[in-house]
Design a protein around this ligand. Structure first.
Ligand code: GLA
Length: 455
């Protein structure tokens, strides 16, 4: 009888251990490097090992970058047992050797495959080999799997990725699962239990328009992100040559604001000082890695001028002013109002929680005398108020009921400018505010990022 009871208890316990994703991983957005954006199929053992070396020697590891991920083209075929076969010319010692090297540097190792029968470069995909591949990856010492969507036919995305999630779980090695389905089946709606991050769009290219187009597509997705589950607007292009330094600074800042994974995609061995100072901006990285895990929401959208807010732990916040236009802008910024700004609740992209409806709506920009911008009234007496390019910020009504969705900060004491010092995260200086409002000059395609730090 006792024996039966034991068997029953064991069966019950094993039922409890049903497949799931490894849920203690990626509590903050994953940071690392991936070979694709710069090197495409030109990957090799030497390249990956050099990237690991550079990750350490450049200070990137110390700044928080952790994963070294080999993207497509490391694999060439399957053997007679269906085992995946790495490219012997490019990886002569096999994948475990590379993984061991990466681990010895104190870093983590990632690899790539696809849920279809072939990868995007027509290498063997994972379809039909999920459990076998997961065991193989565990044997290699893989810590991160990027799983693409090429070669898929009539597969259902959610079932396919869930199948691979289960396979990874069964293989018993904690592996961050990066879903790369390009947003086609709205993975943000179903992938929270399946993967740790999911691509929301097609591939990024190394130019301003592509980067900004992807950025704009993240606007309504903030509610889906949080610790262990991140929207992925694709890997960084910073340093690859197709944008200006200013544009790369904007790219990096926006990805930090969005709590996006920060996967460098450049040649780490050959970074200019300007690129290093972007990739290694620890104050921006701290915004990205904040433990609250909030994705920024759009607080004001005047088309080519926007304000984004990312709530941070300890009732702090990062505010990003974004000049999308090709013109210089001088914008009137009311820091007292920004001190009260919060992320939107439901309906991101709409008026933020607690904002008096109609006050200072986007039309307030450039209205002579600041009329119509309730927020601008506070700034009366500031020279040039309402001059073209100035922007009123709406009055926040701290503690106003309603509107606190998952992105809101219910229960937090509303704070004012007196409770904060305001730090410019690119100048690395606290602002000296003579008035609560100030004109800020912005060159084309640039950002200003301020952290409101509790005094
Ligand atoms: C797809 C992915 C890219 C990259 C390539 C590799 O296009 O979206 O990020 O992995 O495949 O072939």
């Amino acid at each position: 009888m006792k024996k039966y009871l034991l068997v029953f208890v064991a069966a019950f316990l094993s039922m409890g251990a049903t497949a799931q994703k490894f849920d203690q991983l990626a509590k903050t957005p994953p940071m690392g490097w991936n070979s694709w954006n710069k090197f495409h199929c030109d990957v090799s053992e030497a390249l990956i090992m050099q990237a690991a070396d550079a990750m350490v020697s450049t200070g990137m590891k110390d700044a928080g970058y952790e994963y070294i991920v080999i993207d497509d083209c490391w694999q060439v075929s399957r053997d007679e047992n269906g085992e995946i076969v790495p490219d012997k010319d490019r990886f002569p010692h096999g994948m475990k050797y590379v993984a061991d090297y990466v681990h010895a540097k104190g870093l983590k190792f990632g690899i790539y495959s696809s849920a279809g029968s072939v990868t995007c470069q027509r290498r063997p995909g994972g379809f039909g080999h999920e459990y076998q591949d997961a065991r193989t990856y565990a044997r290699y010492g893989v810590d991160y799997l990027k799983y693409d969507w090429c070669g898929s036919t009539t597969q259902d995305a959610r079932s396919s990725y869930t199948n691979m999630r289960n396979a990874l779980y069964a293989a018993s090695r904690p592996i961050v699962f990066s879903i790369c389905e390009w947003g086609s089946s709205k993975p943000w709606e179903w992938a929270g239990d399946v993967g740790h991050l999911w691509r929301t769009t097609g591939d990024i290219s190394d130019n301003w328009n592509s980067m900004i187009d992807i950025f704009k597509r993240q606007k309504d997705l903030a509610r889906y992100a949080g610790p262990g589950k991140w929207n992925d607007p694709d890997m960084l292009e910073v340093g690859n040559g197709g944008m200006t330094t200013e544009e790369y600074r904007t790219h990096f800042s926006l990805w930090c604001m969005l709590a996006s994974p920060l996967m460098a995609g450049n040649d780490l061995q050959n970074m200019t000082p300007e690129i290093k100072s972007i990739m290694l901006n620890k104050e921006m990285i701290a915004v990205n890695q904040d433990s609250l895990g909030r994705q920024a929401t759009c607080y004001r959208d005047n088309g080519d001028y926007q304000i984004w807010v990312k709530m941070l732990s300890n009732n702090e916040k990062a505010i990003c002013l974004l000049n999308l236009s090709d013109e210089k802008k001088s914008v009137l910024v009311d820091f007292a109002l920004l001190a009260q700004a919060r992320s939107g609740g439901r309906g991101f992209g709409g008026p933020p929680a607690g904002v008096v409806p109609g006050a200072g709506m986007p039309g307030a920009q450039g209205i002579p005398g600041g009329q119509g911008a309730a927020g601008a009234q506070k700034a009366q007496g500031v020279p040039g108020l309402g001059a073209p390019g100035s922007m009123g910020v709406p009055v926040a009504a701290p503690g106003a009921p309603g509107g606190m969705g998952p992105g809101g900060q219910r229960g937090l004491t509303p704070l004012n400018l007196e409770n904060y010092r305001v730090r410019d995260l690119w100048d690395h200086k606290d602002l000296v505010l003579k008035e609560t409002s100030m004109y800020v000059d912005m060159v084309p395609h640039s950002v200003k990022v301020y952290r409101f730090i509790r005094k």
